[in-house]
Design a protein around this ligand. Sequence first.
Ligand code: OGA
Ligand code: NI
Length: 316
Amino acid sequence: MESKVLSTGIRLSNLPQSYIRPNSERPRLSEVIDCENVPVINLGSEEKSLISRQIGDACRSYGFFQVINHGVPLELTEKMQEIAQDFFNLPLDEKLKYYSDDPSKTMRLSTSFNVKKETVHNWRDYLRLHCYPLEDYVQEWPTQPSSFKEVVSTYCRQVRQLGFRLLQEISESLGLEREYLKVVLGEQGQHMAINYYPPCPEPELTYGLPGHTDPNTLTILLQDQQVTGLQVFIDGKWLAVHPHPNAFVINIGDQLQALSNGRYKSVWHRAVVNSDKERISVASFLCPGIWTKNIASSFSRNEKQSKCQLNDFYAQ
Ligand code: OGA
Ligand code: NI
């Protein structure tokens, strides 16, 4: 298997050694619990105060929730999924034009997590984009598929608005003014990871993404509508989050955990793979933008550590 990425169109019958986790770190898929009730919150509800109450409850009990009637048109989320699929279906040569294992690149196709640093690889390819301000980054995005830039930039704008709406609801649920979090967070950066998990010959032995928390502010995940793969760690157990029609999955990142003084948790989650179906997810991250660029040198030791985690995050 000498390609730089997994999405070559060739199916392997055995998992290469470099993807095999030691026994104690394997996903133990038979022990995962099906979770039918990760909260689904209707953002279009007439009962405005109900929304922030439900979000508060979800943040306290799960740290994860789903939103429907979220304002991003169905047509657009469908187009986003299609374009993600079309991108990974491009001929290998075309895709490899975008390949880099240098985490400082603001646009790159890569594989696993951080190929240069890690010891065991993950069964994932991903296209990582910076998305804000759009006009600074769109020109470096893929030119194939031909509608990529248009669809993805429209999607990014809409998801950003949804992110701000969620920050309002989360602020209110913490007893703060609705604009509070948006104001204290300052001008938010925005990144996207388009994740592609090919069918995997031995899903019991590896991960798409191993357990992690997201170090950013807020994550808005467009899940594959057909194939389950996201799992969250709640009360000591891994729960599978099945796709809910037309919903986004939302999770609190480390930044909001810190800002809420730990009242809301940045929950551990992971992506597992399966033997017969590919899976695609589109993760949008709101993250402290200007903040990370400018203030690094004045940090105390602890803060430097969290800055390092953030750098790892940007390296994903
Ligand atoms: C991520 C992530 C989950 C998924 O990209 O940070 O957790 O289902 N993705 O792909
Ligand atoms: Ni994540």
